[in-house]
Write a protein that binds this ligand. Structure first.
Ligand code: ADP
Ligand code: RBF
Ligand code: MG
Length: 379
């Protein structure tokens, strides 16, 4: 057994963060701040998202008031912000894989605590919009129930105590740096799921950094494995996007034998934000040509380190000509793996061919094949 393996502690329970880990609070907060700051002639540029992620409500408010030089006190800001936020709470969506994770753990009787820097009352309101969630957690702890919020370990220590567990037996799942620090300070094992892109380097103290909850492997930490993967693919709620094919990065992907038909990112900005980067597959329709199997990446293509998140769909068919300008419709039905970096172009290309084989085979399974006839693809 390797050193790291023999040192790895197995977990018997899970302490999980809420905002940015299970639900996309950030989306709603950004929308509110964008409008709210206009009132003071300021423009929300999203950069503060980095600074407020994982903070207590008071710290986050202080940061915003100071950074934007608002002519109001923190209390006044809060008294204006919270009613706006409460009115939008029902619009906060669960993050991909969140529902699946907590239902899986609950189904296997794994004790779970919700441990958040938010206030207890706010935690309760937020989860009330997600059916069945409250029942999944035997313990809920907010930062107003301990003396110090994260990065202090108090919240996790209190959650472990209430679960009757040693902190060393707990697996903490966290999106923020303060949360990861809190989990480690408590003596727990910590899996980080950064909610903001390209931040992996800040999470060095975590035991593992994953890209999204779709990538969590509970068995790595002594917890029951997921059983929903089929033939190296994970079924997802199908989503649909379409539009005319435009010019992509012009990197000559075709020369590599991997042409990817790009859509204008403006037309599906919301879907791009909602779906974690990674390699997915599904069906592609071109009105005059037919329906084809398709494998694609979503993200920043780490090998090329793009600045824009894009979707790169490769239609698994040999076309005799380009089809720029034609309407392309996609139904994405399953997930394969997170995006990765590679030491060489050859190894990237080899991996993409592996993805193609996985997708081609999986799409013959009835549960994925049935979408081939979806009218969206060709209407
Ligand atoms: P770009 O940078 O413009 O996306 P690519 O080298 O990725 O250029 O080529 C993509 C183009 O190739 C598509 O827009 C489409 O017109 C054409 N094409 C030909 N065969 C395929 C295929 N099997 N899958 C995707 N696009 C294809
Ligand atoms: N780019 C990456 O940097 N990392 C990846 O893991 C990756 N996976 C991909 C998987 C598939 C199925 C496809 C179609 C593309 C992938 N790409 C990835 C994007 C790739 O870099 C881009 O399409 C290039 O232009 C291909 O030559
Ligand atoms: Mg392309």
């Amino acid at each position: 057994m390797s050193m790291s393996n023999s040192l790895k502690k197995l977990s018997s329970c899970v302490l999980i963060d809420l905002d940015g880990t299970l639900i996309n609070t950030d989306g709603v907060v950004s929308d509110i701040l964008r409008k709210y700051l206009c009132k003071y002639g300021k423009q929300w540029d999203g950069r503060e998202a980095l600074k407020i992620v994982g903070k207590t409500p008071l710290e986050a408010a202080t940061t915003i008031v100071e950074d934007y030089g608002l002519p109001c006190g923190v209390d006044e800001f809060n008294s204006e912000f919270y009613p706006l936020f409460s009115a939008q709470m029902d619009k906060i969506k669960s993050l991909p894989g969140a529902n699946r994770l907590i239902r899986h753990l609950k189904g296997h009787g794994v004790p779970m605590a919700l441990a958040s820097n938010s206030s207890r009352a706010n935690i309760e309101s937020k989860i009330s919009y997600h059916q069945g969630w409250k029942e999944c957690f035997s313990v809920i702890i907010g930062s107003d129930e301990v003396s110090k919020g994260k990065p202090s370990p108090d919240i996790f220590l209190e959650a472990a105590r209430k679960l009757n567990k040693d902190p060393g037996e707990c697996l903490v799942i966290e999106d923020s740096v303060p949360g990861v620090l809190a989990g480690k300070a408590a003596g727990a094992t910590v899996v980080a799921v950064p909610s903001l892109p390209k931040q992996t380097h800040l999470y060095t103290s975590a035991d593992e950094v994953i890209n999204s909850l779709l990538d969590i492997k509970p068995e790595k930490w002594g917890l029951p494995p997921f059983q929903d993967w089929i033939e190296n693919t994970l079924p997802i709620d199908p989503w649909r996007i379409g539009g005319p094919v435009i010019k992509g990065f012009g990197r000559g992907s075709k020369v590599l034998g991997i042409p990817t038909a790009n859509l204008s990112t403006k037309d599906y900005a919301e879907e791009l934000v909602e779906h974690p980067s990674g390699v997915y597959f599904g069906w592609a329709g071109l009105a005059t040509r037919g329906v084809f199997k398709m494998v694609m990446s979503i993200g920043w293509n780490p090998y090329f380190n793009n600045t824009e998140k894009t979707i790169e769909p490769w239609l698994l068919h040999d076309f005799t000509e380009d089809f720029y300008g034609e309407e392309l419709r996609l139904i994405i039905v399953g997930y394969i793996r997170p995006e990765a970096n590679f030491p060489s172009l050859e190894s990237l290309v080899a991996k993409i061919h592996e993805d193609r084989e996985v997708a081609e085979k999986a799409l013959d399974l009835p549960s994925y094949a049935k979408f081939k006839d979806d009218p969206y693809l060709t209407k």
